[in-house]
Each structure stands twice: as structure tokens, then as C-alpha cells.
Design a protein around this ligand. Structure first.
Ligand code: SF4
Length: 332
């Protein structure tokens, strides 16, 4: 899912330019036509001004990500077109359609090649991130791809985290829920970055524009939080010119506190990692989207205020006060 495999350039800008030149020079472009006409990707680090590489059908794309705080290897399971259970107004996937189908074999080859190239360059890969043109857990090959990525990570870049960016709708299916719970709690140490854009049905309707019922989704998220470690990701933006209304802000804060308390109080995990909310990412609309100007950016100060307000509410919880503070990071 593209939504939050976003980074922008910021302090990495100069380094990106250097890296692009270096890697293009040293690795060159490799273009092959295989059985399914998938193209091998070149080592091309994208500063995410757009998602050109993904929309050209690549399966593995290196990017600099603020949220990963370095080089992130994105995995795109949808080279043909966008597949998503949400229709967020800020979504950055522009309409495209290609006669390319996903191939596990090609993904493995591309991932291995990109990780190996980064290693040869002495570049640290912070994470391998399932994102791409839609909701990764909708892909039929998702768990096979996850297994393959974990295996290749262990072989070539053992310090890289394995990340899934998800809108959470896959959690409504038991097979996906259990698979993600196991992957996050066990040796794969999958980091689940879970979208939680709303605390009220009204704001959810505007932000997700999805037939998936809000209450069912919230229930599934609560269940996962009790069993597995998760990162909460929330997009803060105006929709049709309006910021989140006060009742939405209060409801979202209550929901986040409730999720944090569920993780702290009643863990059901028997895995190796502590369940519950590990950290919270608040991010703003920073790049163009096909539905512009449906969603527009809020001032960075607004995001900081929301972070401070949430932090105060978390700290006021008697249950959470005795626990490790949950980091809140802001990406305007
Ligand atoms: S529609 Fe929303 S959830 Fe789906 S890919 Fe776009 S931003 Fe992510």
C-alpha cells in the first residue's frame, strides 16, 4: 500500500542525488524480457516525488524514506494496476494499467539483486517494506512473498526490518489475521504499520471511502493490538477544505488510548515480541494525488499540536503511566 511508504527527501536530498549517480554509473540499467514480460529493475533510488517506478511495473524499488530514516526497499505486489479496499482522497497512486502480472520468482530475483547491490555499495538498508500500488494483504501471493522476503532479508540484509504498510482490512479475514499475527510475533519480526485515519464513522467515511464497515475494522484492529506489536499511522489532512472536526479529534484520541491500553493490559501473544502499540506516526499530505484538491495539507504546527494533545491523553491514562512511553513521530 502506497499510502505511507512515503518519505520525501528532506535532509537526504543531497545524498539521494549522489546515490542515484553512483548507482546508475556502477550498476547501469538492466532490461530483460522474461516469460511474463516482467522487467528487471535497476538500482534507482527514488526520492518519492512520484511513484514512477511502481507504475512502470517494477516489483522492488529502493527509496529514501523519512519514516524508515534511511534506505527502504519497497515491494510492489500490484504491477498491473491499483488494487485497494480503500479509496483515500489523498492516495498517491495515479491511474495506470499494464499487462504485467506479479511473479514471485521475479520479485525474489529483484529483491536479492537490490539488497546485494546496496550491500556492495556499503549502504545500509533500513527496511524491506510491502507497500506498492494498493493494499498488499489483498494479493493472492502475499504470504508467499512475505516468506521469500524474510528469507532473502536473513541471507543478505539481516539487520533490515520487514515492514507491512496496511489499511487493516485484511484483518477481517481469519487467515490473514492469523498469518499477520504470527509474522509479527515470531522470528520474521514483521513490523505492521497500520492505518488509523479516523476515530468516528463520519471521518472514516470521508477518509477511506470504503464499503468496509468502520466498526468491524476497529474491532479487528483491537484484536490485533492485543496479540501483536503494531505501529499506528494516521494521515492528518483537510478533506474538501475542512480539517478533522473536534469530535473526530476526541474520538480518535480515545481510540488510540484504548488500543494502547489493550496492548498493555491484556496481551494474548505467546510470541517473541511484546504486543500493543509500539509507536505512532502522524503524517501530512506532502505529495500530489490524482484526486487533488479533494484532500489538502494542514500546517505542520497543526500536526505537532495533535501529537502533543495525544501525548497528554496517553500520559493521563493510569494504566499507561506505568509503562514505557509510546513514541509519537510527526511527518508533516
Ligand atoms: S487508497 Fe488509501 S489505503 Fe489504498 S493504497 Fe491508496 S492511500 Fe493506501
Amino acid at each position: 500500500m502506497l499510502c505511507t511508504h512515503l518519505g520525501g527527501v528532506g535532509i537526504f536530498e543531497a545524498f539521494i542525488l549522489w546515490a542515484r549517480i553512483e548507482l546508475h554509473l556502477k550498476l547501469g540499467y538492466v532490461k530483460k524480457t522474461g516469460e511474463n514480460q516482467l522487467r528487471e529493475t535497476q538500482m534507482h533510488i527514488d526520492p518519492i516525488e512520484n511513484h514512477r517506478q511502481r507504475e512502470e511495473g517494477v516489483l522492488v524499488y529502493p527509496v529514501y524514506s523519512r519514516r524508515s530514516q534511511g534506505l527502504s526497499m519497497g515491494i510492489n505486489l500490484f504491477p498491473d494496476k491499483k488494487h485497494c479496499s480503500f479509496d483515500c482522497p489523498y492516495c498517491e497512486v495515479f491511474p495506470f494499467e499494464q499487462d504485467i502480472s506479479f511473479s514471485l520468482e521475479s520479485m525474489e530475483k529483484q529483491l536479492h539483486g537490490q539488497l546485494f547491490a546496496a550491500k556492495q555499495q556499503g549502504m545500509e538498508v533500513k527496511d524491506i517494506c510491502f507497500s506498492g500500488n494498493g493494499e498488499p494483504s489483498l494479493a493472492g501471493d502475499f504470504f508467499e512473498a512475505l516468506d521469500a522476503a524474510a528469507r532473502i532479508r536473513d541471507e543478505v540484509a539481516p539487520h533490515a526490518a520487514l515492514v507491512l504498510i496496511t489499511n487493516g482490512t485484511g484483518l477481517l479475514h481469519d487467515h490473514t489475521f492469523q498469518g499477520l499475527r504470527r509474522a509479527a510475533s515470531g522470528p520474521k519480526a514483521l513490523h505492521i504499520w497500520l492505518k488509523l485515519d479516523a476515530g468516528t464513522e463520519a471521518w472514516y467515511t470521508l477518509m477511506a471511502r470504503s464499503p468496509v464497515p468502520f466498526e468491524r475494522l476497529v474491532q479487528a484492529i483491537k484484536q490485533l493490538t492485543a496479540c501483536a506489536p503494531v505501529t499506528i499511522q494516521t494521515m492528518l489532512c483537510r478533506v474538501q477544505g475542512k480539517p478533522p472536526p473536534p469530535e473526530e479529534v476526541v474520538a480518535w484520541e480515545r481510540l488510540v488510548v484504548e488500543l494502547a491500553e489493550i496492548g498493555a493490559e491484556a496481551p494474548c501473544s505467546t510470541g517473541e515480541r511484546t504486543p500493543g502499540i509500539q509507536d505512532i506516526q502522524l503524517y501530512g499530505k506532502a505529495r500530489p494525488a490524482p484526486k487533488d484538491p479533494w484532500a489538502t495539507a494542514l500546517a505542520p504546527a497543526y500536526l505537532e499540536e495533535r501529537a502533543a494533545s495525544l501525548n497528554a491523553v496517553l500520559e493521563s491514562s493510569p494504566l499507561l503511566r506505568t509503562k514505557r512511553a509510546i513514541p509519537i513521530r510527526v511527518f508533516p
